[in-house]
Design a protein around this ligand. Structure first.
Ligand code: 13P
Length: 340
């Protein structure tokens, strides 16, 4: 596998003005989303919904890559073309979630470790053959009484580094995702401290395992107040603290940072990304890899009805466009209002 291909793909994913659509919900997670709009989660409904997103005309101006779930990578569009090909033809890189989910971490009540390393080399080879060019692995770190433990952070960092090394070995750009959850009543400063500790440990593990950082991307949480914290930080503080935390924890060699939305509303996720890009002055591209923040409006517009196809795509394109503007710090209320 050539390093040049990995470098070029990593840079293409974080090309200015563009970001990632995370459409890699596992079967139980997409069922939850479909339950929310009263649609049965059948394989065909999942295919139909995702096809609407993937074939939205103009989305390729703002979307550089789409993260798929195993089932979706193997599905075809209505015209019979495999989804990875549909995306490639639109100039969008297909990616694949390769982790097998966060499971209880033995000996650490309330904490989790992400599984999926066994057989990963073979799966990466197969995914490359099916057209995937990047991978994602999500680790979750919970904040709570005495949590996270160093043990939990280390176990997850080690797994993230093993995943990253195997992805690079097989020509796939790894998106390293250590998510510090926003659940809880903690302050933004606690989130800062835990995120910094986590990032440092993740990059220690990546270096220990000789992962070439310039061929990887980071998908972190933003530094936010806990969901139930009475003192909610505004976008300027979130942006300042997130940028400071990244400067302290992320090596310059990493080409880009693609934030997760993690339970922020769609508009909050855009406003916060915009505020960070207004600050600027960082060595990495600051981009997005949003699931819920890109999909909540189109999912609602769709409601499982074929006659809502145009409205679904319009809602998706609008969020993509707003986040594309936030990549330059140029998102405005006026742009937000243009939805109608
Ligand atoms: P959210 O943006 O909904 O957090 O999803 C992104 C993702 O891919 C989580 O792994």
């Amino acid at each position: 596998m050539s390093a040049d291909e990995l470098l070029a793909n990593a840079r293409a994913i974080v090309a200015p003005g563009k970001g990632i659509l995370a459409a890699d919900e596992s079967t139980p997670t997409i069922k939850k989303r479909f339950d929310g709009i009263g649609v049965e989660s059948t394989e065909e409904n999942r295919r139909l919904y995702r096809e609407l997103l993937f074939t939205t005309e103009g989305a390729e101006k703002y979307i550089s890559g789409v993260i798929l779930f195993d089932e979706t990578l193997r599905q075809n569009g209505t015209d019979g073309q495999p989804f990875p090909k549909v995306l490639q033809q639109a100039g969008i890189l297909p990616g694949i979630k390769v982790d097998k989910g966060a499971k209880p971490l033995a000996g650490a009540p309330g904490e989790k470790v992400t599984e999926g390393l066994d057989g990963l080399r073979e799966r990466c080879k197969e995914y490359y053959g099916l057209g995937a060019r990047f991978t994602k692995w999500r680790a979750v770190i919970a904040i709570g009484d005495g949590l996270p433990s160093d043990y939990c952070i280390q176990a997850n960092a080690h797994a993230l580094a093993r995943f990253a090394a195997l992805s690079v070995e097989n020509g796939l750009v790894p998106i390293v995702e250590p998510e510090v959850l926003m659940d809880g009543a903690h302050t933004i400063d606690t989130c800062f401290e835990v995120t910094e500790r986590t990032l440092r440990e993740v990059y220690r593990a990546l270096r220990d395992q000789s992962v070439p950082l310039d061929q990887t991307l980071l998908k972190p949480n933003m530094v936010l107040s806990g969901k139930d914290c009475p003192q909610q930080a505004g976008p300027e503080e979130v942006a300042e603290k997130t940028v400071a935390c990244l400067k302290s924890g992320v090596p310059e060699a990493v080409p880009g940072i693609v934030f997760l939305s993690g339970g922020q509303s769609d508009v909050e996720a855009t406003v916060n990304l915009n505020a960070m890009n207004k600050i600027g002055g960082v060595p990495w591209q600051l981009s997005f890899s949003y699931g819920r923040a890109l999909q909540a409006p189109p999912l609602k517009a769709w409601g499982g009805k074929a006659h809502n196809a145009a409205a679904t795509q319009k809602a998706f394109l609008h969020r993509a466009r707003c986040n594309g503007a936030a990549r330059f710090g140029k998102y405005t209320d006026a742009l937000e209002q243009e939805a109608a």
